[in-house]
Design a protein around this ligand. Sequence first.
Ligand code: PGA
Length: 247
Amino acid sequence: MRVIQVKDYEEMSEAAATLLFSRVKEASSLSLGLATGGTPEETYTRLAEKANKSNQSFSHVNTYNLDEYVGLAPEHPNSYRYYMDQHLFTKIDIPKEQTHLPNGTAVELRNECNRYERLIKRDGGIDVQLLGIGANGHIGFNEPGTPFNTGTHLVELTDETREANARYFSAKANVPTKAITMGIASIMEAKEIVLLVSGQSKAHAFAQLMDGEITEEFPASILNNHDNVTIIADEAAISLHASKHVL
Ligand code: PGA
């Protein structure tokens, strides 16, 4: 794994947006895996700014988000579809039908998981997957203990994750209890992975990712087995690891 060390959230966002923008620019067709959460917000803002500044089209890009809450309609302000529309899709010229998320309101949720997994494979797999990391090492909504061989599946969110995401809802009780997420195997099939890590709250997770063993108890640890991972991490995130190593 290649680590790009940056000063802070702003620099991380700029570096990530620059990397993604160059992939969009260079490719004649691109499948982009996307993440939600606080970490990539500024990356999307800057990516859209770069596209608009240089008239870069996204008409050759298909996007596939990692996950979606179960029970939230696309127009619900806390759905990940809504997040993506707000932060990126409405700011660039990507056709809506080329932006894909699991459907959290599907009647048959397991069929929806299979459909989503098949869709990604049918379209040739993900070229570049953007990822965040949970303080507990989750990637997507793959919580500790998720088998490494899973495809897209239905998950029960842990209390810790619902707590962490409660800041976006009026009350923790309103955070959905289930989600659909790409699995660890789905994520590992991406040709390139870009992991963003920012802030003191992620310092333990970063140190464990770099120094810990590869275990299903810490889902992100599997990334050590992928041959094309770039981590963009800021000083606060790196602090615990850096205190033990000279980077
Ligand atoms: P965050 O979430 O970006 O809101 O910290 C990351 C994650 O849980 O994967």
